[in-house]
Design a protein. Structure first.
Length: 533
């Protein structure tokens, strides 16, 4: 049973604001001219309102067919709702969709395209508008070439209850141009359109060639818990906020943004989601508890979104729909910070270091730790180079979400460690035969301390630089002199800094698509890795 239908049966005790809907017969707020509906083989869901319960609604779409449904009671006090699942329509358009009551009342949506619908969400680096991107003027000038990409932006709102409608919309479905892509608010506001969302969609479109719908739902400075549903929070021992109160101001409680800025979309068939968030959960911005549980809260949030979108769309949104994220970019121009962002980057992968993995299936990421912008007028936490982010994320999305495996879409990742004890060196072999080594720095080792018994996973552990002294197409060899004395190397980590390197100048890349290796930490190396001769 769909989420919307469950809402009808529960008759929850709240009234969703519908100021934008003057008529008693209307489509839901995120349907409108110029929109994108999800293409086949998935079926698009269309729903709306009518005042007369049990009335028949006839829905027709040009060149496809005509279908009927009935108005039923719902969670809205002054009207019922109707819903229709369209047959699978493969990419194309434009189409015209009309809904009509038996009394002759009708409503129409024009210029509909069928393609893939992606939701873009997170905090300020996803909210960061294209206006402030380095190549903004070029993007605005070229937007005319991408009229099959359509844009929609949700306005900020928060609620203690799961909403079925948006309280307001910042930007209704629009074609891209220098106005619809540009922030029209004050310099302190980032209204529309999300730079990462646009650039991701643009690069997808260039490869796929069919329409792309982009829905941006973002709020700067917010924690992952605010975007999580009740069940996801419970997986990590957290509780939702009290229901019986009005929430205003900054959304500092769990579930508030899920309830009001994401849940209204669950009845809308989508293809996938991209996400850029985590800064607010990293110390010192977030509490240590918020940071340390991110390896639970983030994967659990993905689980919750997948479950709810699948259920809300009557199974048309895949239960494992592709989910992409941006691994955190640098912040301060300080090479000594080892707590906060490095922890979140690791936890973003559920502590695997890479995606997809056993815990995070059908998930992809863009590594951004080598894209600092310390002179950004929006502070270093908001780097302006979103072009590389969008390109890397789209490359990974094409690989995971669309199975385009002709090109490598991830940076190199270590698959084998061999520690030569007598030589004080370690050879690290990668899953890539095309390594591009740009710096000798970035690796560190931790010794097995038999006197203090401090584990290398402890914050008090001592880490020593281990520069690269040799490399080939698939491996690097790092050296560390006699820093461990008679002790053995226990652990190795790479790029474990908030800001680990200058722009595109970390140590390890692949020559295939110019992608950086993600950070890793390998604690308590296997005894089989040690060579004693």
């Amino acid at each position: 049973m769909s989420v919307l239908c469950k809402g009808f049966l529960l008759l929850v005790l709240f009234t969703t604001k519908l100021e934008a809907l003057d008529s008693k017969f209307a489509f839901a707020s995120y349907y409108g001219d110029h929109m994108v509906l999800q293409r086949g083989p998935q079926r698009a869901n269309v729903w709306g309102y009518a005042s007369e319960i049990n009335a028949t609604v006839t829905v027709s779409i040009t060149g496809v067919g005509q279908y009927q449904t009935s108005v039923v009671k719902g969670p809205f006090l002054d009207r019922g709702v109707w819903r229709i699942m369209l047959p699978a329509v493969f990419q194309g358009g434009p189409y015209v969709l009309t809904a009509e009551l038996v009394d002759g009342s009708s409503i129409t949506i024009k210029d509909i395209l069928f393609g893939d619908v992606w939701v873009c969400s997170g905090q300020s680096n996803m909210e960061f508008t294209l206006t402030h991107e380095f190549n903004a003027s070029v993007e605005f000038a070229e937007a005319i070439n991408y009229q099959n990409i359509r844009l929609f932006t949700v306005n900020h709102s928060e609620s203690g209850y799961q909403q079925f409608e948006f309280s307001s919309v910042e930007e209704r479905w629009s074609l891209p141009n220098n106005k619809t892509l540009a922030n029209t608010g004050s310099p302190a506001q980032w209204l529309y359109f999300s730079a990462v969302c646009w650039l991701y969609g643009k690069h997808l479109y260039e490869k796929l060639g069919y329409p792309i719908g982009l829905i941006a739902s973002t709020w700067g400075g917010t924690m992952v818990e605010s975007w999580s549903d009740d069940e996801s929070l419970a997986q990590c021992g957290l509780k939702p906020p009290p229901r019986n109160r009005t929430y205003v101001g900054f959304p500092k409680y769990p579930a508030l943004l899920w309830n009001s800025m994401v849940h209204p979309l669950v009845n809308y068939t989508i293809y996938g989601v991209i996400w850029y968030q985590g800064e607010a959960n990293a110390a010192p911005t977030g509490t240590p508890a918020m940071m340390n549980r991110y390896n639970c809260t983030f994967p659990a949030m993905i689980d919750g979104w997948r479950r709810q979108f699948h259920e809300g769309s009557n199974g048309e949104t895949d239960v494992l729909f592709p989910f992409g994220f941006v691994q955190l970019a640098p912040w301060h121009n300080n090479a000594t910070i080892t707590v906060g962002f490095p922890d979140i980057r690791w936890h973003q992968t559920a502590d695997y270091g890479y995606v997809p993995n056993k815990r995070m299936k059908n998930v992809f990421m863009a590594v951004a730790l080598d894209l600092p912008d310390y002179t950004s007028p929006f502070t270093g936490i908001h780097p302006r180079d979103k072009e590389d982010v969008g390109k890397r994320l789209a490359l990974a999305g094409l690989g995971v979400a669309y199975n385009h495996i002709d090109n490598r879409y991830t940076g190199p990742y270590p698959i084998h460690f061999q520690i030569f004890v007598a030589q004080n060196t370690t050879q690290i072999t990668y899953d890539d035969q095309h390594l591009d080594i740009r710096s000798k720095d970035g690796f560190e080792i931790c010794c097995l301390d038999q006197t203090t018994h401090i584990n290398c996973a402890d914050d008090k552990a001592k880490w020593y630089p281990a520069p690269i002294n040799a490399s080939d197409n698939s491996s690097v060899t790092i050296g560390y002199g006699g820093v461990c004395g008679s002790a053995l190397v226990s652990s190795i980590r790479y790029a474990w800094r908030e800001s680990p390197c200058p722009f595109k100048a970390c140590a390890v890349y692949t020559r295939l698509n110019d992608l950086p290796a993600p950070p890793f930490i390998e604690v308590l190396l296997s005894p089989s890795a040690f060579v004693y001769h």
